[in-house]
Design a protein around this ligand. Sequence first.
Ligand code: ZN
Length: 678
Amino acid sequence: MNILNTSFNTTYNTAPFSQIKDTDFLPAFKVAIDSAKQEIEAITNTLEAPSFENTIEALEFTGQQLDRISSIFFNLNSAETSDIIQKIAQEVSPLITEFSNDITLNEALFKRVKAIYDQKDTLELTTEQHTLLDKKYKSFARNGANLSEEKKNKLRAIDKQLSQLQLTFGENVLAETNNFEMLVTNVEELSGLPEGVLEAAKQLAESKDKEGWLFTLDYPSYIPFLTYADNRALRKKLAIAAGKKAFKGDALDNQKNVLQIAKLRFERAQLLGYKTHAHFVLEERMAKTPQKVEDFLEELLVKAKPAALREFKELQEFANSLDGISQLEKWDSAYYAEKLKQSRFDLDDEKLKPYFKLENVIDGAFKVAQKLFGLVFEEITTIDKYHEEVLTYKVTDANDELVAIFYADFFPRPGKRNGAWMTSYKPQFIKGDKNERPHISIVCNFTKPTKTKPSLLTFNEVTTLFHEFGHALHGMLANTTYPSLSGTSVFWDFVELPSQVFENWCYEKEALELFATHYQTGELIPMDLVQKIKDSAAFHEGMQTLRQLSFGLLDMSWHGIDPTSITDVKAHELKAFEGTQLFPDVKENCMSTSFSHIFQGGYSSGYYSYKWAEVLDADAFEFFKERGIFDKEVATKFMENVLSQGGIEDPMVLYKRFRGKEPQPDALLKRAGLMPSN
Ligand SMILES: [Zn+2]
């Protein structure tokens, strides 16, 4: 019996990683798809008249085994992949796409769904059921259920091609990241780099039987190098290598993939009756239309640009006075910004890192969650993990009831993609009288411990951990009936609210006191350092905002127009970047070819949502600050109206119920120093 096709029978019903062989996946997927097909057939073949229960709800609970296998498999493909897993992904993805297309293009099924949708106003449904009905109907309509046979076939062909292209795009980026190494054998060329960075680079070289110091495009190697290395030529070499990912005209080049993906997405949107891909996407967003998004980005651009230009000029003068740099380049940005920040705030990452030992920071996030929501995290060693470095916890509430199982995977490995993310291995839902609790995971790429030092986080890594942990709370505290509306299954421009709001606690004295102690002396982080962290948080906020806006505008430039006449990726990108670039362009670099967010993942027409959510998070945190950052009443309101509610209602309704009013950008502009506070 294939373990993946069983009900696991493990502690807390967790994924039985140690019993799964790579070769189990493909056959397990096939079996699960077959049984999901039978479940669908049972719904369409029934002689009963369509009802919410026998159609919408029944449909919601089909394919649960398939979902479970998919989440295990695709989570592994992100966090612990291999050539075999990647090869299976290439085989499996079209099967899954085909299966989900079979559902959404199933006319008999759609007829039943539509019959219920058409009487939605006369049915006695709960709010959550109304949302589910609407979502199910749209999942058909937005996938072509109302199209002619010929157009349906065309749509299927496009979807198949798109899923393949997006996978290839991601694989190329990963391969490009892994293929690059910079070996330095003369330590004098590495002046400026902190001891810990040197040690990690030396260990990496040793692990590959090389003499010297090895640097890669993995963030924990790349970011400190660009921030601290005095050697401008080497900074340039590394930065250009990063910017050149999948833009070399070789087999791993993504230019054709980018053009094809943009064109196919447009074609798909047109087929469904939308003007562009962005129109299609934004219909199911809080923002609703491309115009609203563009206005939003433009408004912030107007507010941020003067500050950005001022900051850039100041940075240029600083670099000039320090090293006679007459033209700042991209590879100078982090380096001189760090030096300027140091001179102004006397606060560098290396000074802070001893107070942020990874174990202490995790514990701090747990303590904050306990104070706010009464959650208790207890490490458990009795469940399977997919890698020995993964930490596993049992999460309970104040009544000792199980809330969730929590996985945390912190360090980079060759099979892990860059960045940090939250995901789940099992969703939350209520069936019968059983509230099934979720299995949530966060995956990061933090600085590894060395032989002599534990993992000490930069402040940026601390906020990253809190960010992902905020997503995890959204998943863990979920309390909805239907899995497809549970946890982080919300509109995409709402999904970053819980994560980003949680970052705010990292800047607060009361929270830092809970965990920011020196890893050697146990001394609490000095309060003047805390004040400096706060003061420096708005440092270069104009430039940072401009950068984020440029990504959002680039995204809209690919998806908010008809892209069929675009032939030159780089030229198009330059045009989209007009008005947002401070540094000279690097000819051999291109952002789009490794912009995984929008071309591999699902953030197309959605990059703006980071800023959108910042407006929300600043506004939400303002509420906490008014009452005290550990105020139980505000925390409970947040838990009851946002964190537990998933996507059961329009996000604006949920937000207003928590906050008492609509969000305003003022709190963000004030926090970012882009508006004079009064
Ligand atoms: Zn996030």
